[in-house]
Design a protein around this ligand. Structure first.
Ligand SMILES: [Zn+2]
Length: 142
């Protein structure tokens, strides 16, 4: 009789200690499983949609999209510049949606003792040429 009572008591109380929900709500809950870290599925979804991982991923995605777009614009004007055999005013690219703040890396090369910076995307890179208060762009295929 005594044995049975102890056994019943054990099965009534959960072996898992109470936890603080990981979504950031700071609510305490009784986990049903050892791998439960959120109060319920709503809190789990909230954590997933607002967590740092998702934010970082969205940020990276946006950068990749911008680089691809920049690359497409450079490709278009690379062909155009070949035709006209000249440089292009940078304003033209910007009007087309070119984002000069996003690139993969900067390559520097010394040409005629002058350091030249090339801003690279995936397939194309460009350099800026300042001429009489105007910014011109020279595009190269990588
Ligand atoms: Zn929560």
């Amino acid at each position: 009789m005594l044995k049975k009572k102890i056994k019943n008591n054990n099965s009534d109380s959960s072996p898992l200690a109470k936890r603080i929900c990981k979504c950031g709500c700071e609510k305490e809950f009784q986990p049903g499983r050892s791998d439960q870290f959120h109060l319920n599925s709503i809190h789990y979804d909230f954590a997933y949609n607002h967590g740092p991982r998702k934010e970082k991923y969205a940020e990276e995605n946006q950068a990749i999209k911008t680089i691809r777009k920049n690359d497409r614009i450079l490709e278009k004007y690379f062909k155009y510049c070949k035709k006209i055999r000249g440089d292009l005013n940078f304003i033209t690219l910007k009007a087309d949606g070119f984002n000069e703040e996003i690139f993969t890396r900067i390559l520097t090369s010394i040409e005629d003792e002058i350091e030249i910076k090339y801003f690279t995307m995936y397939k194309y890179c460009y350099r800026i040429i300042n001429q009489a208060n105007n910014k011109y762009i020279r595009i190269h295929k990588i």
